[in-house]
Design a protein around this ligand. Structure first.
Ligand code: PGA
Length: 273
C-alpha cells in the first residue's frame, strides 16, 4: 500500500521545511557510498587499501561504504572492515531457495555487509525491476539487519517533460517499505541521465528534488522517515563534490565511476573534511 500516494500534488517548490527538520539535519551523519558495479578484480583491492589508509589519517566527518562486486565483498571486509563498511549491489527478497545466480540479504549480512543498494536504475532498466520488487528487496534487507539504499531518479525525457517530481515521488512512494526508519533506510536520488555521463543537475535542481523527497519521507507514519539520509548520485567527482554535497537535504553521495580509484574517491570524501 503506497504511503503517501498523492504527495507530489501537494508539493510546492519553496514551501517551508517540515518542523523540526533543521535539528534532524544537524544531527545527521552523512555517508558516501562507492558503487563499483561490475568492475574490480582482486588486484583492485589495493585501491580499497589506499582509501582505508587515507580514512585512518584524515577521518572525514562522514560514514564511508564501498559496494564491490559480490566476489570481492569478503576480501573488502577482511582487509578494510574496521575502517569502512561493505555493501551489496542488489539482493533477492527471499532468504534462500532455487534462485540461480541471486544473492539473499542474509548472505550479504553473513559475509560482513552492512548495506545493500536496491532499485539502482541499471537494475530497473536492464533487469526490469519494478517498484514492488524494490520494496520487497528493501524489506528483505531490513529482515537481515542490513541498511537498504533505495535508488530513484528520472530519465532525461521525464525531466524535459516537467515530470521529475511526479516520477521520483511515485517511485519512492511505491519502493519504500512500511518498516522504514532512519536507521534501516537510505534514499539515493540518481537522475538516470546523470549516471556515468559526466552531466549533473544544477544545484537548484538537486535542491528541489531533495526537498521534495524530504517532504515525502516526513509524511511516513510516525515521522519515521524524517531522519533518513538522502544521497545524491550521478557523475559525482572531486571537482563537483563540495558544491553538490553542500545543497540542503543532501546527506551524502552514491558514487559510481569515481569510487574505483582511491585518489578520486578520497577527493570526493574531502568535501567532508
Ligand atoms: P556514476 O554512477 O558516479 O558513475 O555516475 C553513479 C551510480 O550509478 O551510482
Amino acid at each position: 500500500m503506497p504511503l503517501a500516494s498523492t504527495w507530489w500534488l501537494c508539493y510546492e517548490a519553496g514551501q517551508p521545511q517540515p518542523r523540526g527538520q533543521e535539528n534532524v539535519a544537524a544531527g545527521m551523519r552523512p555517508i558516501v557510498i562507492g558503487n563499483w558495479k561490475m568492475n574490480g578484480l582482486t588486484a583492485s583491492l589495493s585501491e580499497i587499501g589506499k582509501v582505508a589508509k587515507w580514512l585512518e589519517t584524515v577521518r572525514p566527518s562522514c560514514d564511508v561504504a564501498v559496494c564491490p562486486p559480490a566476489t570481492l565483498i569478503s576480501k573488502v571486509v577482511e582487509s578494510a572492515g574496521g575502517v569502512l563498511a561493505a555493501g551489496g549491489q542488489d539482493c533477492h527478497w527471499e532468504p534462500s531457495g532455487a534462485y540461480t545466480g541471486d544473492i539473499s540479504a542474509e548472505m550479504l549480512a553473513d559475509c560482513g555487509c552492512q548495506y545493500v543498494i536496491v532499485g539502482h536504475s541499471e537494475r530497473r532498466s536492464q533487469h526490469g525491476e519494478s517498484n514492488a520488487s524494490v520494496r520487497r528487496k528493501a524489506k528483505a534487507a531490513h529482515r537481515a539487519g542490513l541498511i537498504s539504499v533505495i535508488c530513484v531518479g528520472e530519465t532525461i525525457e521525464e525531466r524535459q517533460a516537467g515530470h521529475t517530481l511526479a516520477v521520483v515521488g511515485a517511485q519512492l512512494d511505491q519502493s519504500i517499505p512500511e518498516d522504514l526508519t532512519e536507521k534501516n533506510t537510505i534514499v539515493a536520488y540518481e537522475p538516470v541521465w546523470a549516471i556515468g555521463t559526466g552531466l549533473t543537475p544544477s544545484t537548484e535542481q538537486v535542491r528541489e528534488v531533495h526537498a521534495a523527497i524530504r517532504q515525502l519521507l516526513s509524511g511516513v507514519p510516525g515521522r519515521a522517515g524524517l531522519g533518513v539520509r538522502i544521497l545524491y548520485g550521478g557523475s559525482v567527482k572531486p571537482s563537483n563534490a563540495k558544491e553538490l554535497l553542500g545543497v540542503a537535504n543532501v546527506n551524502g553521495a552514491l558514487v559510481g565511476g569515481a569510487s574505483l580509484k582511491a585518489d578520486e574517491f578520497t577527493g570526493i570524501l574531502r568535501a567532508y573534511t
